[in-house]
Structure formats: C-alpha cells, structure tokens
Design a protein around this ligand. Structure first.
Ligand SMILES: C[S@@+](CC[C@H](N)C(=O)[O-])C[C@H]1O[C@@H](n2cnc3c(N)ncnc32)[C@H](O)[C@@H]1O
Length: 286
C-alpha cells in the first residue's frame, strides 16, 4: 500500500467529519455511545507522524477496502447519531443486538470476505507484538476466541513453538459452528481475546467471561488485546473514532477492563503498551 493512500485516508476522514459536524463543542459527541472525541486533530497527527506509516510495509489492502465500503458509509449517519445518542450501526441497520454483527458482516459473501480480510490485515500487523508481549511459556494450549482467519493464532504459534492454538469463531467463518455466547469454549491453558471485548456491552461480556471463568482452572491465563483508553477517556483518538462506527460495544480504559475482568475472577498480572495498534493485558484466574 502506498503511503499517500494512508495519508489521504488519515487526513480526509477527520476533516470530513469535522466539516460535516460544524460543531464547536465536540464534547457533544459523548452522547454517541459515551465517547468523547476531542482529539480528531490529534488522531491526524498520530497517524501521519507516528509509527502507523512505518507499518505500511505490511499489507493493508483488505482493511482499507473495509473502511471504504463499510466504515465510511456509517459516518454518513454521524450527525444524526450524535443528536439522537445512537451508535451509527444502530442508525444504519435499525437494531442493536449481536445479530447486527452477523447481518452487517456475514450476510453477503463478498462483505464477509472483505471483513475477514480486514481483520486479517490488522492481525498480521499487530499479531507479533501481541504474541510476544508476555512470557507464555507455562501454557501448552490456547484458544483464540473470535480468532477469525487464524492470523493472530499463527503469530502466537510462531512466537511460542510449544503452544497449540485453537481458533474459535462463527460458523460463517469456520466450520466449527461455535458461538462464544452460547457454546462452550474448548479447554485451554490460555484464552486469547483480541479485539473482541470492545465489540460488546458489559452485559454481553458477563455472559462470555463467566463461561471462560468456569472453563478456567487455577493457573489458566487470559490475554486481552485491545486499544486501552487513557483514564480520562480522551486518547488514543483512533479508539474514539473507531467507537463511533462500532455496533453495541464501547472502548474502555485499562481500569474499566480490569474491573470487568476481576468480577469474573481474572487477576491482572501485566499490562503492555506495545506501541503498535493494540495493547495487551495478561490475567490469571484466581
Ligand atoms: C473484531 S474481529 C477480531 C478478530 C481477531 N480476534 C483479531 O484480532 O484479528 C471479531 C471476531 O469475533 C467473531 N465473532 C463475533 N461474534 C461472535 C460470536 N457470537 N461467536 C463467535 N465468534 C464471534 C467474528 O466473526 C470476528 O472474527
């Protein structure tokens, strides 16, 4: 991918939103799913000057097509979404539950492939940093919940040759026919949740996390990889912008993730800010 495409995208997205909004007080965006977005300019600076451009040696084609075809059209609902306090997905698809995810991304084959390609691009970009963030030598088996194409799982097996990783995802993605809210996850020493938690409400996550907690025995680990908001919920700005195009989920700070996970018996052990697009936290079941 040509750097100029990234620059163009990074520049035009915030600028177009800004001009559409014509708002002087961007804190009004807090109503759109509870996210402040005071930092559109900051996001631009981060993208243009930051490591993002150095990563473009990796393939981002799928992600750019996904942004162009799926994410960008959602932003045409931005102004009303802000006024009504709805998420843009809710406005675009008229409903707010997990079916939105399946309908939006998996109802048509070409959209499905593009979404999977987009997830694959970012997993390849971030996977090595997430996989090497912690010492995982005590674990022999891992389960990547919502692991999509297996790109992240592949990075884990490359970084930890003794670890075997199961990918658990929807029937449309793999033939295992597993839904992480309904089906029991396979037994593993380590559960990986990469870019999963931000997609769901606290209520939904209680269902998923209590299942994982029941499956885990003392010594089992949980590795969560997300963008962690700072405690003021203002940065990084790409997380805030992404929040506006999400389904029913929300971005959370490190403390919010910690509180959520501790309720299910997972004790945080290490947090790693990777300087890549995703951070990671490792927890142990107590
Ligand atoms: C945002 S993607 C993250 C993919 C991958 N973990 C990564 O970091 O590249 C969310 C993944 O969760 C899967 N997913 C969504 N709802 C699910 C469900 N109810 N049961 C199982 N997988 C689900 C999607 O198919 C998709 O692969």
């Amino acid at each position: 991918v040509n750097k100029s495409i990234i620059c163009t995208l990074a520049f035009h997205l915030p600028c177009r939103i800004w001009s559409m909004m014509r708002l002087t007080d961007l804190s009004v965006l807090d109503r759109a799913g509870g996210y402040g977005i005071q930092a559109l300019g900051g996001m631009l600076a981060e993208y243009v000057s930051g490591d993002f451009l150095n990563m473009t040696a990796q393939r981002l084609h799928g992600y750019i097509l996904h942004c162009n075809d799926m994410v960008w059209p959602l932003f045409s609902h931005l102004e009303n979404a802000v006024r009504e306090g709805t998420s843009q997905h809710e406005r675009a698809f008229g409903k707010k539950n997990e079916d939105v995810f399946q309908d939006a991304y998996y109802s048509k084959d070409e959209v499905k492939i593009r979404f999977m390609d987009a997830m694959h691009s970012i997993a390849r970009l971030t996977g090595k940093d997430v996989a090497t963030a912690f010492d995982l030598s005590p674990y022999k088996t891992a389960c990547d919940i919502g692991g999509c194409t297996g790109a992240m799982a592949y990075e884990f097996t490359k970084a930890h040759p003794g670890l075997s990783v199961i990918v658990f995802d929807l029937p449309q993605v793999i033939e295992m026919r597993r839904d992480f809210f309904k089906d029991d996850q396979p037994k593993a020493d380590l559960y990986i949740l990469a870019r999963i938690l931000h997609d769901w409400s606290d209520e939904k996550l209680h269902v998923l996390l209590s299942k994982l907690s029941k499956m885990s025995t003392p010594g089992c680990g949980l590795l969560v990889s997300e963008i962690f908001l700072d405690e003021e919920r203002k940065r990084p700005s790409r997380a805030l912008l992404q929040a506006l195009s999400m389904t029913e989920g929300k971005q959370r700070s490190t403390t919010e993730y910690r509180d959520l996970l501790e309720k299910h018996g997972f004790t945080p052990k290490h947090i790693k800010h990777t300087d890549n697009l995703l951070d990671a936290i490792k927890l142990l079941i107590s």
